[in-house]
Structures are given as C-alpha cells and as structure tokens.
Design a protein around this ligand. Structure first.
Ligand code: MF3
Ligand code: CO
Length: 258
C-alpha cells in the first residue's frame, strides 16, 4: 500500500530532508584529500544531531554508521572506514535523517579534486537523469514514467543503470511502497497522486550494470570495477505541477571541490 502523507507529515519529512541537504553541503565543503570516510561520518552524525535529527542509517538493519560513503567503483552503501580520500576520487555521500519519526533521504556524488572529463560526464549524466525522473513526478503520470525517463537519459549517454537497487516510498519508514526502479517501460505502475513521498535515486555505472555486495554485507561495487555515481532526492507529489524537492539544497552544493 502506498501511504499518502498529510500536510503535517510532509512538513516533518521536509525538516528531515533539510537536515540531509544541509549536512551534504557541509560534507562537500569539508571534503579534501587525506581525510578518511570515517571523518565524514563523524561530521554527518554531529551535523544531524546538532540540527535536531537522528541519523537514519545508523542501526538500520544493523548498518553501523550514519553516512554511506561510496568511493569510485562502490555503487552504494560504502561503510565509512579509515580509507583516505585521494585527489581524483569520486564519492557518493548518502545521508538520512529522522525528525519526529519521519525520514528524509538524499545522495550526491562529487569529485575530490580534478577528474577526467569522462568521469565528470558520468556524474553530470547521473544528476541529469534524476532531474529527468523528477520532471515525470507529476499527478496523473504513472510510476514507471519516472523510471523510464531515468533509464533513457542514462543509456543515451552510453552509461548503464543499476537494477539491483531501487528508489522507494518514504515517510514513517525509510523504505515504503512503492519501489521506484531506475529502468522500465513508461506508462506502468500506480498513478502518481498528491501526497506521495518518494526517494528517487539513480545509480549509474560507467561500464556494465552488474553489481555485487562485498563480504561486509553492505558495500555494493560494480562487477566490472568501473566507476559508479549516485544521486537521490526525497520529493513529494504536488496537486499540480512539478514535485516539491525536499532535499534540494544539495543541488547548489554540487560543485567540484579541491
Ligand atoms: N539511501 C539509501 C537507501 O535508500 C540508504 C540506505 S543505507 C542503510 O537505501 F544503511 F540505511 F540501509
Ligand atoms: Co534511499
């Protein structure tokens, strides 16, 4: 069942999402070569708690940290560790917060220092694919219109869309119905209704779409070792027009940091 949210519930998802976006901005500002992903995790937990939220991922199905930090060939769910960031890395920063029982969830991918044009393109196309999906997140459209717009954009640019992980409904739980795949034919699935809250999150590989999960039980990496990028927004379907993008602040923070 897809749970439609009330105005009050949307405000709480929005507050949680604002913390997510503000946190990502700080992470992007602070991120530099030599830092560990554990340093970023500490910043994440501190930021979320200082702003009145609870880190959503810590303890979720025994996930050990507040941040998912996915480097290079890591697709999603990279566990923060003593691994240090290097010039030329790319990193996915996936953050979740809870405010008064409601979740916000968002991810951005940024480069650490300079990266080749082909890598910049991977990041840009993934971000654009999310925007293409958001353009379809309109009352009366069907769920797979979002999925298909994302897939189309990615494949047009010669990259591949990950199938093994999907976006999701969000609210009182991190993962609610419906699942939101990043691929598929248009015109299928439930019709979009005002008050639906969705986390839309394309994961895009430079090579093939295959992924595997490492022995830590979490870190998903590309099967062929190619680079991968991930963007995610928590949105709500509006009565008319485009969706409200609740984690949008990070849009402005998405810049190349040296
Ligand atoms: N954004 C990710 C998701 O929606 C984050 C989940 S990490 C977890 O699945 F640890 F909480 F599972
Ligand atoms: Co998510």
């Amino acid at each position: 069942m897809i749970i439609l949210k009330t105005r009050e519930e949307i405000e709480l998802i929005s507050r949680a999402s604002e913390i997510v976006a503000g946190c990502q901005k700080v992470l992007i500002q602070e991120l530099r070569p030599g830092m560990t992903t554990l340093d970023l995790d500490m910043l994440t937990e501190t930021y979320i708690r200082d702003h009145g939220g609870i880190p959503a991922f810590k303890g979720y199905r025994n996930y050990p940290k507040s941040l998912c930090a996915s480097l290079n060939e890591e697709v999603v769910h990279g566990i923060p560790s003593k691994r240090t960031l290097k010039d030329g890395d790319i990193i996915g920063l996936d953050v979740g917060a809870i405010v008064e029982g409601f979740y916000g969830d968002g991810a951005v991918t940024v480069s650490v220092g300079d990266v080749e044009p082909s890598v910049q393109k991977l990041i840009a196309v993934t971000k654009e694919a999310l925007s293409k999906g958001l353009e379809q997140a309109i009352v009366g459209k069907r769920l797979s219109d979002i999925s298909s717009a994302i897939q189309r954009h990615v494949e047009q640019h010669g990259f591949s869309v990950v199938r093994d992980f999907v976006g999701h409904g969000i609210g009182r739980q991190l993962h609610e119905e419906p699942q939101v795949p990043n691929y598929g034919k248009p015109g299928q699935g439930p019709r979009l209704k005002p008050g639906m809250a969705l986390a839309i999150e394309p994961m895009v590989n430079m090579g093939g779409n295959g992924v595997k999960v490492l022995k830590d039980g979490w870190t998903a990496v590309t099967s062929d070792g190619s680079l991968s990028a991930h963007f995610e927004h928590t949105i709500v379907i509006e009565p008319t027009g485009p969706p409200r993008v609740l984690t949008a602040y990070a849009e402005r923070g998405h810049v190349v940091i040296t």
